[in-house]
Design a binder for this molecule. Structure first.
Ligand code: NAP
Ligand code: 3JN
Length: 340
């Protein structure tokens, strides 16, 4: 019998995440029938490819979803809030990369290595949310430790690449570096300050409690995905790196986890790669994590200031596992286990 093919709509096809989702569908040989590329009127008419075939970008409208089985959204929260209901009405299941639906009790928030079972709840609203990139890599690394003994508290600081902000931010860093190295001033439009040769302790806007929205996403999404009442506090920082988010993570656990046990658990965990040979100077770095799908974990060491504490350094490709790959993995489970 011929393999069933699925009609896909890619909303935000021209963006950093959309482009990577197209590549992921190709690389992973997702069984695609028809594929529709959707974006704003600015890029309608542009020609992109799918498996070498030209596909014209169309303007996103409420009528874009006729005959679509799965709609992959990465065009910002506003578009997700406005257009996911139209896609669902037309019979599609939405997998949404934005924060629009993440904390909705009727929308599963899924990282396949952690809570694939939650996908079953997609029937409630027809929408599955993809978590924030910084949350995804953290929960992939912490899940095996949490399964061994309950994590009670997480203190995380992030070092986030500019690709997390999209195409324009990648260009802004490239242009600023060129200008500054040539002795000219750097202009900034995407970020509030120069990002080249700098660090910005602000990702997304500030909330009333003094945290940024990105920090609060890490707190709330982690608890929802891990289905646990873990105390989480985060500081999120933009750094002048193109691809690959890094995280310094401190955890406090119910029982002790020795460094050897943590290494053993992480080495065996799905989606993780243990990169930890400090004697040889080997640890995860964005230049190595970029362009592949594993969450790299290293610098595992005891937090000697508390009873049951560990420190870890966790790095992943924020556009691949942090967004596109995770969304395509969800789609793979959806067609394997749920859609007929
Ligand atoms: P980007 O490179 O700036 O791309 C934005 C995409 O959205 C483009 O395809 C753009 O189309 C499209 N778009 C913008 N306004 C639109 C409109 N009014 N109607 C239809 N399409 C519109 O941004 P990105 O990095 O790909 O991120 C896109 C979104 O994905 C973010 O806003 C965020 O919600 C989500 N995201 C999630 C994660 C994660 O952690 N899971 C990470 C990054 C981003 P044009 O070419 O026509 O402008
Ligand atoms: O800044 C990063 O590294 C990740 C950015 C994610 C992002 C960017 C714009 C809007 C998001 C997100 O996924 O949380 C959103 C959003 O709120 O949808």
């Amino acid at each position: 019998m011929a393999k069933k093919l699925w009609n896909i709509a890619m909303v935000g096809a021209t963006g950093a995440v959309g482009t990577q989702m197209i590549e992921c569908l190709e690389e992973r040989e997702f069984p695609v029938g028809k594929i529709k590329y959707l974006a704003s009127s600015r890029s309608a008419g542009e020609i992109l490819e799918f498996h070498g075939k030209p596909i014209m970008v169309e303007e996103l409208t409420h009528d874009s979803f006729d005959g679509i089985d799965i709609a992959l959204f990465s065009a910002g929260g506003e578009r997700s809030r406005e257009f996911c209901p139209s896609a669902v009405k037309a019979g599609a299941v939405c997998i949404d990369n934005s924060s629009a639906w993440r904390m909705d009790a009727d929308v599963p928030l899924v990282v396949p290595e952690v809570n694939a079972h939650a996908i079953a709840d997609y029937t409630k609203k027809g929408i599955i949310a993809n978590p924030n990139c910084s949350t995804i890599q953290m929960v992939v690394a912490l899940k095996p430790l949490h399964d061994y003994t309950q994590i009670e508290r997480i203190v995380v600081s992030t070092y986030q690449a500019v690709s997390g902000t999209g195409r324009k931010a990648i260009d802004e860093l490239r242009v600023q570096v060129g200008e500054l190295l040539n002795g000219r001033p750097a202009n900034n439009e995407v970020y509030p300050y120069q990002i080249a040769f700098n660090c910005l302790p602000q990702i997304d806007s500030f909330c009333e409690n003094g945290y940024t929205k990105e920090e609060m996403k890490m707190v709330n999404e982690t608890r929802k995905i891990m289905e646990a009442d873990i105390r989480v506090t985060a500081t999120t920082v933009r750094v002048p790196v193109f691809y690959g988010h890094s995280e310094s993570i401190n955890i406090e656990t119910e029982k002790e986890i020795t460094v050897e046990k943590a290494m053993e658990l992480i080495a065996a965990a799905p989606g993780c790669e243990l990169v930890d040979e400090v004697g040889e100077g080997i640890y995860p770095m964005p230049i190595d994590a970029a362009g592949q799908d594993l969450v790299q974990v290293g610098r595992i060491r005891k937090d000697e200031s508390i009873a049951n504490g560990l420190n870890l350094w966790v790095v992943a490709d924020n556009i691949r596992k942090g967004a596109a790959t995770n969304a395509v993995q969800i789609a793979e489970i959806l067609i394997r286990d749920y859609l007929k």
